[in-house]
Design a protein around this ligand. Structure first.
Ligand SMILES: [Fe+2]
Length: 368
């Protein structure tokens, strides 16, 4: 059996690298940029500072604010705006939702179709408009991923669009943009990244390259997360006194995505793929993670088991309880979404619906 490993995104990483963003954009031929950004950042008044720090003001021809769990109509409107403004590239700023939306906009700028027609693998006729991604959470790793996720209201599953070349051309990993992140979004994002690393280790698609990335990413997140959570609470993050730990976390999140982007995701993400369960992605994965890890532990190498065995201590230190609130999440909706899902099939250990019911009962998910 042959295995493969690709990283399509050039990574510019380090404290202060945001200041080089304009040069990176020009270097890939972009002179008229559409900024697609998480609306939450704009509402917090952070957008102007980011655009200033990135030194891109001269290049910006339009700005589109996107919401959490972006819908197809939202990215289609943003792409129309970008084309009307004459944009030739995209600057994506935000967490997983914002970066996903931006990647969809970049695809629509060169493929004038309904976004739904691109659902699946490699459906676009043309590569996306060149995109530079600036993640503002250490979580999804979407900045190095060739997949994007949208949420179509009323559908049983998310809309996933992926393809070779759909990833941003460049990513800027500068933890100074993470300084103001409150505890909750910091934790949710990091637990999603930890899940990406561990899912890679118990996936059927894993290989020596993904294992190397996943083991290191998992270990870094377990090491760095408690310190960054304490820093979010006591103000050290905000004062720039915790930049090194935040940078480790940010790099580990990208690395975790490089692992799972090549190996494929597994059971946690299959269960969390139902848009009917309105729990933030990172929170939902963080709750499911220890139960799925216990289910898969026997499939792991000694190093993988050592990471899994540190989850309880991590959760204790950061004050995270791996349990759904009463009535928060429906077990049936999660299992329905996972049935036949490529991620569930990619999990190294086969699971029956009965086993998943038991696992979700332990996690406190509501029975039907
Ligand atoms: Fe995820």
């Amino acid at each position: 059996m042959s295995t493969g490993f690709t990283v399509g995104t050039r990574i510019h990483s380090g404290l202060g690298t945001l200041a080089g963003t304009a040069g990176i954009l020009r270097g890939i031929g972009v002179s008229r940029v559409m900024v697609v950004v998480d609306g939450g950042l704009a509402r917090l008044g952070l957008l102007d500072g980011l655009v200033e720090s990135a030194g891109v003001r001269d290049l910006v021809v339009g700005t589109s604010l996107v919401g959490v769990n972006p819908a197809p109509a939202e990215v289609e409107a943003a792409a129309a705006e970008a084309l009307a403004a004459g944009a030739d590239g995209v600057l994506a700023i935000g967490g997983g939702s914002g970066l996903s939306a931006a990647k969809a906009v970049a695809l629509l700028m060169t493929n004038p179709v309904a976004i739904g027609s691109l659902e699946g693998d490699g459906r676009a006729a043309h590569p996306p408009a060149p995109t530079v991604a600036v993640p503002t959470t250490a979580g999804s790793g979407s900045e190095v991923s060739n997949a994007l996720v949208l949420h179509e209201p009323g559908k049983i599953r998310e809309m996933v669009i992926r393809g070779t070349g759909y990833e941003p051309v460049a990513a800027v990993l500068d933890a100074t943009v993470l300084r103001g992140l409150p505890k909750e979004p910091l934790v949710f994002a990091a637990l999603d990244a930890l899940t990406h690393a561990l899912e890679s280790l118990w996936s059927r698609g894993r290989n020596v390259f993904t294992d190397a990335c996943a083991l290191h990413a998992g270990s870094e997140i377990l090491d760095a997360l408690p310190e960054t959570v304490e820093g979010a609470i006591d103000g050290r993050n905000a004062r720039g006194e915790n930049d090194d730990a935040l940078q480790r976390l940010l790099e580990a999140a990208s690395l975790a995505n490089i692992a799972c982007g090549n190996s494929g995701l597994a059971l946690v993400h299959a269960l969390s793929s139902s848009p009917a369960v309105q729990v933030p992605h990172g929170l939902q994965n963080g709750i499911l993670l220890p139960y799925v890890a216990g289910f898969n532990r026997g499939e792991l190498s000694r190093e993988g088991q050592e990471l899994v065995d540190r989850i309880d201590e991590l959760y204790h230190r950061i004050g995270f309880e791996a349990r759904f609130d009463a009535g928060q999440a429906q077990a049936e909706a999660m299992i329905d979404a996972s049935r036949g899902h490529v991620f569930r099939n990619n999990n190294a250990r086969n699971s029956s619906d009965g086993e998943l019911h038991e696992l979700l009962r332990l996690a406190g998910a509501a029975a039907a």
